[in-house]
Design a protein. Structure first.
Length: 147
């Protein structure tokens, strides 16, 4: 499998993105769920920055910018996988406040409908990419022993 993804990266073969959807969707769902949980348990928790209340979706945008830059300069198979994880993390932080983007208000009723829609899309992406995603996870993470 490692040679398969490496071949796709080096030769620009189609199908690479089916392998990359899984780490993006997994990191997205974990980050999105974690951000929702932290926001629910401690709604007043934030990092003050010069007296401003900076929402965590702002950090998500910066992480997405860094992931985009890294994707431009690194092209190896492990780099693609790790950048996909970083991208999913940034998406999770950014899309956690999706309802606020649209309404410019932190209304709880709207939040649950947006959250449900986003979670369903994330689960759908996990399902369609799980088989290839688990294979790439085993091949590209250094702490998992290969049989």
């Amino acid at each position: 499998m490692k040679s398969s993804i490496k071949w796709r990266v080096v030769h620009h073969e189609p199908g690479l993105y089916l392998y990359i959807i899984f780490p993006i969707a997994a990191a997205f769902l974990l980050t999105f769920g974690g951000a929702r949980l932290v926001s629910y348990l401690s709604p007043q928790l934030y990092l003050p920055w010069f007296g401003l209340h900076v929402h965590h979706f702002t950090y998500g945008f910066f992480i997405l910018a860094v992931a985009g830059y890294l994707a431009l300069i690194f092209s190896g198979p492990r780099a693609k996988y790790l950048i996909a994880l970083l991208h999913g993390f940034g998406l999770g932080l950014a899309f956690d406040e999706f309802g606020m983007w649209l309404r410019l208000d932190d209304a709880d009723k709207a939040r649950f409908s947006y959250d449900g829609f986003i979670i369903i899309i994330g689960i759908f992406l996990i399902i369609i990419s799980a088989k290839r995603g688990f294979r790439i996870l085993i091949d590209h993470l250094p702490f998992i022993e290969k049989a």
